[in-house]
Design a protein around this ligand. Sequence first.
Ligand code: PAF
Length: 281
Amino acid sequence: MQTLQDAAGLRATIRGWRAQGHTIGFVPTLGNLHAGHHSLVKLARARTDRVVASVFVNPTQFGPGEDFERYPRTLAQDQVGLAEAECDLLFAPDVATIYPFGADRSVSLHVPELTETLEGAHRPGHFDGVATVVCKLFNLVQPDIAIFGQKDFQQLKVIERLVRDLSLPVKVMSAPTLRAEDGLALSSRNQYLSPNDRATAPLIYETLQQMRDLIAKGHARKVVEQAAASKLERAGFVPDYAAIRRAEDLAEPADGEHEGLVALIAARLGTTRLIDNLLFD
Ligand code: PAF
């Protein structure tokens, strides 16, 4: 597997592949990769001739006081995992390559509506940073398909909307969340958890499942959301939200609406903020 940091080298390699008629799959990441990321690369591998992954800790999607500085940077380890997952090229640019005028002076994209709720309400500007960097990376890599994990469900919706609205020539695909045996969604941020908090963290998934089951039994959405938040609080979490939404557009479902829903939770445990979600079948 090749690793490139510069845009010119990346473009030349991609041009060479295109000249041979190869299709390109792309997995953008913040790095510190785990089995969840590797599963996205394997999915791309199965669908396209060439697979590119990017590792870039994007400053514009972290708010003040968030974990930009301490976000684990583990490029050597990421290279080993990506090579094992049969990635062809790792693009690992620096900030100046992605933001030639500086991260705080960049053109910035805003996806309306979808970004004003849930994560967007608790992390102002986060999705502008995500939309901007994803668009820049798509312009550089020019993939046929790009694959995102469903753990960041709202991010996936924002990117789908971005691609549709800007007519970007890329097919967005998603892959299911990978979980530890106890149900905790794999996340680079799990390593921030103390041993005690790690033992408590699977309660998020348990709560999501309970939300799904209570809705299936006909309980009112607002009551289910409140019960979920209280359960998390009793266990020591500080929930930002425990919400049931329409999976399609994250709008609040009408009373009695049972089809196509998703439960989403964001909660702090100690100094770690965890998110997870569960699609209702
Ligand atoms: O989900 C991530 O890893 C990031 O938000 C992404 C999509 C790579 C943009 O920086």
